[in-house]
Design a protein around this ligand. Structure first.
Ligand SMILES: Cc1cc2nc3c(=O)[nH]c(=O)nc-3n(C[C@H](O)[C@H](O)[C@H](O)COP(=O)(O)OP(=O)(O)OC[C@H]3O[C@@H](n4cnc5c(N)ncnc54)[C@H](O)[C@@H]3O)c2cc1C
Length: 381
């Protein structure tokens, strides 16, 4: 392991790997990325792989436009030999109450004003789009055909391999155990494999990043919460869109390999680091989603897993500099951070290297919790 670096990135999720690549691409090649387990061990490798334009804040919509454009050519840009499985089959949000529909109307109005081709759908339109769906209780929805999904493992590995080719050192099974300061400035990072001297540390450690920041006196308003997914056996491809229900936070999609992937929110989930799968989730997700999509009833479940959301008070990421010189944050993605790897990897690398970010990410700075300028994202599950 290198003993000194221009920058150290803590965390080998999609955000850490994208940042490493983007820093190296801009000429900052002596970057060391440190991952306590393996790449994509955290939320990244446990995500649903969804990519969408349909957000409810202007900043996220603008970033989403950039993200989706990037995914169209990312595989080529990164010189990745496998497919990142980017596919645009659309995202359908379904409302069951007037309040939910009103929020979708607001979202679509904002999205359309920025050039995003989303639209409102009536129950009849929804049935036409997804003939297999049970319309009980549905009063409308919104749809954007340009939304879709990616394979989280391939995207992360694609960034990591491209970063390595540009000179980044990636150390897996290496844990950051402390940060060394000189006064109010970063001086280096202690890992369980040795010390790395560096003037810049970027905390991309997801839910675990809160404790890392706390060691140097930075309190991050963030908590962790388990979310689970189950996967069925593969069957003939009949569904291209991801469907997301606002009544219970359930969602499902069919992957390019034919497997259905199902998830559902749990309002009673305890905060914490529990990442074990539960039979209660298996039972509840199957029961509720089969009612909404009866054709799923005879499919066998082949596996399930759990991962953590790192949730902030406004369901928005915390990005950028801190009161410690050289210490940056990129965490708190609140369940939608996979798809923001292209835009934030670029913008944060520009900021760190003293360039003007291509899009202003200062609204995401941690200061917003002190000055009360929160940017609540309504389009979250
Ligand atoms: C069930 C589920 C479904 C999701 N679905 C979607 C979706 O459809 N679309 C979407 O965009 N997002 C989705 N997300 C959210 C998305 O997965 C995350 O927001 C995103 O992957 C965060 O990436 P990250 O790199 O910030 O963090 P992580 O992927 O959590 O990476 C953090 C890394 O830091 C490492 N680390 C922690 N502490 C240390 C240490 N001390 N030393 C070294 N390394 C350390 C961890 O091991 C981990 O690998 C989902 C998440 C879950 C759990």
């Amino acid at each position: 392991m290198r003993s000194s670096a221009e920058a150290v990135i803590i965390g080998g999720g999609v955000q850490g790997c994208s940042l490493a690549y983007n820093l190296a691409k801009r000429g900052c090649k002596n970057v060391v990325l440190v991952e306590q387990k393996f790449l994509a061990y955290g939320g990244t490798g446990r995500s649903g792989g969804g990519v969408r334009h349909q957000f409810g804040t202007e900043i996220n919509c603008r970033l989403a436009i950039y993200n989706v454009k990037c995914f169209e050519y990312l595989q080529d840009e990164l010189g990745y030999k496998e497919s990142i499985e980017f596919e645009q089959g659309g995202y359908l949000w379904i409302a069951y109450t007037e309040r939910q529909l009103e929020q979708l109307r607001k979202n679509v109005k904002l999205q359309n004003s920025l050039g995003i081709p989303s639209m409102l759908l009536s129950p009849t339109d929804i049935k036409e789009l997804i003939p297999q769906i049970n319309l009980d209780g549905i009063i409308g929805g919104s749809f954007c055909e340009k939304d879709g999904h990616i394979n989280p493992f391939h995207v992360t590995l694609a960034y990591a391999e491209a970063a390595k080719r540009l000179g980044v050192e990636i150390n897996t099974y290496t844990k950051v155990i402390g940060i060394k300061l000189k006064g109010n400035t970063i001086d280096g990072v202690y890992t369980d494999k040795g010390f790395i001297s560096t003037p810049i540390v970027v905390n991309c450690a997801g839910p675990w990043g809160k404790e890392i920041a706390k060691q140097i006196g930075i309190e991050i308003p963030l908590y962790s919460e388990r979310h689970q997914i189950l996967v069925t056996e593969p069957v003939e491809r009949t569904l291209r869109s991801l469907i997301l229900c606002l009544d219970d936070g359930s969602y499902w999609k069919q992957t390019p390999h034919g497997n259905f992937m199902l998830g559902i929110g749990n309002p009673n989930e305890a905060k914490g680091f529990n990442m074990s799968s539960s039979w209660q989730f298996l039972e509840e997700a199957s029961r509720k989603i089969v009612k909404k999509m009866p054709i799923l009833s005879n499919l066998r479940v082949i596996r399930q897993w759990a991962g953590l959301y790192d949730i902030t008070p406004d369901s928005q990421a915390i990005l950028g500099p801190t009161k410690i010189n050289g210490f940056y944050l990129n965490l708190g993605w609140s369940g939608h951070g996979l798809q923001f790897a292209p835009s934030i990897g670029r913008a944060l690398s520009e900021l760190i290297l003293g360039e003007k970010p291509f899009i202003d990410i200062s609204p995401f700075y941690i200061e917003r919790f002190e000055n009360g300028k929160l940017i609540p994202e309504p389009a979250c599950i």
